[in-house]
Design a protein around this ligand. Sequence first.
Ligand SMILES: Cc1ncc(COP(=O)(O)O)c(C=O)c1O
Length: 408
Amino acid sequence: MTTPWTLARRAKRLNPSTIREILKITERPGIISLAGGLPSADTFPVQALRDATAEVLRDTAGASSARAALQYAASEGYGPLREWVAADLNGQGLKVDADQVLITTGSQQGLDLAGKVLIDPGSTVAVESPTYLGALQAFAPYEPEFIALDGDDDGPLPDALDAACSASQRARFVYLLPNYQNPTGRCVPAARRLALVQRAAELQLPIVEDNPYGELWFDQAPPPPLSAAAGDGAVYLGSFSKVLAPGLRLGYLVAPRALYPKLLQAKQASDLHTPGFNQRLVHEVIKGGFLREHVPTIRARYKAQRDAMRAALAAHLPPGCRWQTPAGGMFFWIELPAQLDAGALLPLAVEAGVAYVPGSTFYPHGGHANTLRLSFVTAAPDVIERGVQLLAQVLDSALSGPLSGGNR
Ligand SMILES: Cc1ncc(COP(=O)(O)O)c(C=O)c1O
C-alpha cells in the first residue's frame, strides 16, 4: 500500500526550473555551457573572505565576538550591514533608512516574500515579457494570473501598465528589472524609467524593482533605480551575488514602512533570519570600501567576455538572427529566424557540445520559441568563440533541414 499524499494547489504550481535542468546536462564534461548565469568563479574574492572569516571568528569579548556570529540573530539582519546597504542606496539616489532594510537569503528570497505578502490566488501581477524565470517561479505558488507587459528595446511601455489596472482587475504590483535585464540584457533609459514610475504612480500600481545587475555596467553607470523616483510606491531588491559570490546567499530588500512589518513576519516564518555569520563576513569584507576596488575588475572581465561573444555572434550566426549588444550584465538575447524552435534544437546543440537556455521559458505565457539566452560570464573568451561556432553550426543545419519546416 502506498500512502496517498495530497498536494496543495500551490505545490502543483511548482515546476522544475528549465535552467537548473539544463545546468545538470551541462555538467557533463566537454559541453560548453552558455546556459546558466553563473558568475565567473575567478571573480570570487577568496582571500578577502578568508581573512574576514578569521576576523569574524576571532574570540574577542562583546557584540563582535565569534560567539555572537554563530548565535541566532535578528530577523531584520545584522545592523551594520543594514546601515551599509542604506548608505549605498542613498548614494544611488534612494531615500532609505537602515530600518527599512531587510537582509534576505539572496534576492530570490525577496521575491518569495513579496509574493507571499502581496499575492492572493487569482490576483494579478504584471511582469515584463520576457522576464526573470526565477521570479515567475517564486510568484507562481501564490497562484497569480500574470499580465505580460508590452515592451520594446527600451523596456516595458508605460501605457502597457494601464492594462494591469483595468476596472475588472487591478494588479497587486508590477515586477520590473530596469538594469541589464535577465534574460534580454537590456537597460531601460532614464526617460523611460521616469515615464514608468509616473504612470505607475498615476495608476497607484506598486512596483517591485529587482536590481541584481546594476553594478555590472561596462562603459557608464545606468540611470538611478526606479525606486529613487517612486518613493513609497516601490519595494527594491538587491543582491551581493553578482558583486561578491552567490554562494553566500546574501541579498536585501528595502520596503516602505507600511509594508515592512509584513515582509519581516513572512521572513521570520520562512527562515528566522539570514545566516548571521555570512552577514558579518560580508560586512567585514565590504566595510572599508572593498567593492570600489573589486567591482571594476568584474566589469573589465565581463566586458571582455561580452566583446568576445559579440564578435563571435557577428562572425558565425546565420543571417536572420537578431540581437542587441548588452551594455552590462551577463546575457545576450538572440532571436532566431521565425521557423526555428530553440527548445527543439537544444538536444542537438548539447550533442554538438554547446548549451543555452531556450527563451520560451522566460515568457509568462510561453511561446516565442525562436528565442534563446546566452551567458557570456562563465566561459573564457576562446571558449565563448568555440561555443558560438558550435551553436551556429546547429542553426545552419536546422535552417537547411527538417526543423525549419514552417508550421512547427
Ligand atoms: C533578475 C534576478 N533576480 C534575482 C536573482 C536571484 O539572485 P540571488 O542570488 O540574489 O538570490 C537572479 C539570479 O540570477 C536574477 O537574475
